[in-house]
Design a protein around this ligand. Structure first.
Ligand code: PLP
Length: 385
């Protein structure tokens, strides 16, 4: 179907942060398949784990115990402080599970018209419930009637949240990205998540963080909520969890972790042996190489270098980032930059119209980071001349 508009380039293989096209040309991948290949391409440990698992057992269904899935859940719980995990196959599915938890939470309290507070400019997925939660009219256009029960408020605005308490709403959850990804790499003020936690405690509703893009060490912590001293009730993951093997997860703690009972939710593929094994391999590499620390270090290096190279360039309005999630905001819309960068053998993304989004692999070395800065800075200076 015509829902994508792919660039005509075709990649044949990759290694680390590099991709090779069918013409034998090499590209620096500063996007990682949209925050998926955190360990880069063809990572030896992930590749070996997938091959070995495929040779033994790919799928059995959740009708039977899956020890690899249990082990993976244990690892995720250990790193996040959450308690239980449901596995699906994508970010949208992980968020669907979270939304269903909020609905069950309401149902158990006898609330028939529950409201989940969500943010303007957020992105949570393309299924009917997750696109209804998403704060972007373009994503919703044409799909009415939307799923009801979502209330959108501005991101990074605690007053707007607190004001909702004066309205006659049965708020059962607040769902938030710790950093807006698709919405333009927007980093909220320090204390934002803590204030949401306080609101949720006061009004007895669930704090649900969407870490689909920010999770798995990308921002310099295992999960971005850990930059603040808070614990959510629900957290969702996908993208980098399997380094390209589709897997999503919805984690919960406390009351939220007990809501799903046999029959309340499910997935044929979710957490199957192949996907679980791949994700376990990813986690083992992240652990062994302390890649959350490396992401923080590399992020600072990139941020400092980009600021040095571009701060004084007319037309650049902001340079920001946390770990390896970086945004360079321009004064004007710049979708054509993706093609211009491709001509220079660099893969980048432009989101929210005027924000260059960089999500490079966490295994990048210093020289590669410096090459990213010099190549992109050169392109940008020429572009903005
Ligand atoms: C924060 C966030 N949530 C959810 C999603 C949806 O994930 P998926 O495309 O795997 O369904 C995305 C995808 O970009 C995302 O960035």
């Amino acid at each position: 179907m015509s829902n994508y508009q792919p660039l005509s380039i075709e990649f044949k293989n990759g290694s680390g942060i590099w991709l090779n096209d069918t013409q034998g040309q090499r590209y620096l991948d500063a996007l990682s398949g949209i925050a998926v290949c955190g360990l880069g391409h063809a990572h030896p440990a992930v590749q070996a784990a997938i091959a070995d698992q495929a040779a033994n057992l790919i799928h059995t269904s959740n009708l039977y115990r899956i020890p690899l899935q249990e082990k993976l859940a244990g690892k995720l719980v250990q790193h996040s402080g959450m308690e239980k995990v449901f596995f699906g196959n994508s970010g949208a599915e992980a968020n669907e599970a979270a939304i269903k938890l909020a609905r069950l939470y309401a149902n158990n309290k006898g609330i028939s018209n529950p409201v989940i507070v969500v943010m303007e400019k957020s992105f949570h997925g393309r299924t009917m419930a997750t696109l209804s939660a998403t704060g972007n009219a373009k994503v919703q256009k044409g799909f009415d009637p939307l799923v009801e029960g979502f209330k959108h408020i501005p991101y990074n605005n605690i007053d707007a949240l607190n004001e909702l308490a004066n309205e006659d709403l049965n708020i059962v959850a607040v769902m938030v990205e710790p950093i807006l990804g698709e919405g333009g790499v927007v980093i909220p003020d320090p204390g934002y998540l803590k204030a949401i936690r306080a609101f949720c405690d006061k009004h007895k509703c669930l704090m649900m963080v969407d870490e689909v893009q920010t999770g798995m060490c990308r921002t310099g912590k295992w999960f971005a909520f850990q930059h603040e001293d808070v614990m959510p009730d629900v957290m969702t993951l996908a993208k980098a969890l399997g380094n390209g093997v589709p897997i999503g997860a919805c984690l919960a703690k406390g009351e939220a972790a007990e809501l799903f009972q046999p029959g309340s939710h499910g997935s044929t593929f979710g957490g199957n042996p192949l996907a679980s094994r791949a994700a376990l391999a990813v986690i083992e590499v992240l652990e062994a190489q302390y890649l959350e620390q490396r992401a923080a270090e590399l992020g600072n290096r990139l941020l400092d270098s980009f600021k040095e190279a571009l701060s004084a360039v007319k037309g650049v309005s902001d340079i920001r980032g946390k770990g390896l999630m970086l945004g360079i905001e321009l004064e004007k819309e710049c979708p054509d930059l993706v093609g211009l960068a491709l001509n220079e053998h660099l893969l980048i993304n432009v989101t929210s119209g005027n924000v260059i989004r960089l999500l490079p692999p966490l295994i990048m070395n210093d020289a590669e980071a410096d090459q990213l800065v010099s190549t992109l800075s050169k392109i940008l200076k020429k572009y903005l001349k």
